[in-house]
Design a protein around this ligand. Structure first.
Ligand code: ATP
Ligand code: BTN
Length: 253
């Protein structure tokens, strides 16, 4: 009911009471026909994860945890997909009236500088078969008063920035509409290019000094935005460096 008619017709939504991780459930779904959007959500996730097996914490009734399964023809470029997904989520929150929405490279969604949501993308491709891409999203609707993540940015929740808090289904609908646009754009082979300017406009650290850690190496420079392939451009003392998305972390200085 909350979804635009055209999207509702294309959506296969599976809602579970409990599961370990909606990303695993989505990966197991039958492949959706091209043009359809398959989504698995759960009231309660017992083993939600972030990148590099970090833990994503969620609470029944206070968190929105779901994963979309996209099917792309073999060879479709997935370049910078996490960044395009970030733009879709940011636009979804803005459409609900949330102020101060920003993005942290490569995969975090912020409100007023604190982390409100994370994105975990996993892909599986077998020779000549469509590539399965699972886009998992965890968003804090509310937070227990004593919760703070062990490391990284402070956490925030939608309820701290939006009153009254819309029903969970309304938040999901606002996000799915824009995630489906990302799916269609990558399916059409347009990749990240159409999303780049919007990403840069939402970059929470644009023009600020940041540190990018890649394994043992840490690079410090001014965040100059992302290029057409989603690499973060850093203006350092020894010139401009492009950082690839990988097991790379950014922190503000
Ligand atoms: P990076 O920038 O490298 O992605 P990150 O700290 O954002 O670093 P991720 O793997 O993206 O790391 O996200 C997982 C991290 O998110 C956890 O290590 C934890 O610090 C934090 N976290 C876990 N649950 C929540 C939550 N509900 N809200 C906000 N932050 C959370
Ligand atoms: C991050 O910040 O690193 C990403 C967190 C992603 C969490 C979501 S919750 C739904 C989906 N299932 C998971 O196990 N992870 C993602």
């Amino acid at each position: 009911r909350l979804l635009p008619e055209a999207l509702a017709r294309r959506l296969d939504l599976h809602w579970l009471g409990e599961c370990a991780s909606t990303n695993d459930e989505a990966m197991r779904l039958p492949l959706p026909d091209p043009g359809r959007l398959a989504v698995v959500g759960a009231d309660r996730q017992t083993r939600g994860r972030g990148r590099q097996d970090r833990i994503w914490q969620s609470w029944p009734d206070a968190s929105l945890t779901f994963s979309c399964l996209f099917a792309f023809p073999p060879g479709t470029s997935l370049e910078a997909l996490p960044l395009a997904v970030g733009v879709a989520l940011a636009r979804g929150l803005q459409a609900l009236g949330v102020p101060g929405v920003g993005l942290k490279w490569p995969n975090d969604l912020l409100i007023a500088g604190a982390k409100v949501a994370g994105v975990l993308i996993e892909a599986q491709s077998r020779h000549a078969a469509p590539t399965r891409v699972v886009v998992g999203i965890g968003l804090n609707l509310e937070l227990p008063p004593d919760f703070q993540p062990a490391s990284g940015l402070p956490a925030t929740a939608l309820a701290h920035h939006l009153a009254p808090l819309p029903p969970r289904e309304a938040v999901l609908a606002a996000l799915l509409e824009r995630l489906d646009a990302v799916r269609a754009s990558y399916l059409a082979g347009r990749g990240f290019v159409p999303w780049r300017d919007e990403w840069n406009a939402l970059d929470a650290y644009a023009g600020q000094e940041v540190a990018v850690r890649d394994g043992e190496r840490e690079l410090v420079g001014i965040d100059a935005g992302v290029d057409d392939t989603g690499r973060l451009l850093l203006d350092t003392a020894s010139g401009r460096i492009a950082c690839c998305v990988g097991d790379v972390s950014l922190r503000p200085l």
